[in-house]
Design a protein. Sequence first.
Length: 116
Amino acid sequence: QVQLVESGGGLVQPGGSLRLSCAASESIFNFYAMGWYRQAQGKQRELVAAIPSGGRTNYADSVKGRFTISRDNAKNTVYLQMNSLKPEDTAVYYCNSASWDGMSTWGKGTLVTVSS
């Protein structure tokens, strides 16, 4: 089973930027899609952004125009560039891989805190 390791979280002021990374233990070509989800305290986990292997990226309405998901196939890594961060973006961010046979794998998450 693939292992996903997130990094890049931390404390940032409102309006600031962070880039999250998700390193996979095998080629991300193997997966139907890679995605970033987040879970704020007391709330359900929600999709932030997804990047299918051969399709268009998609984003939650709340992050459109501010966040960008990308992939580096040579490094087996998926990124989430987050700009113009808001306090409501505070959450644990999880990387997810979705295989062609329906298996879903999660990383352990990285905490993003947006606060002054």
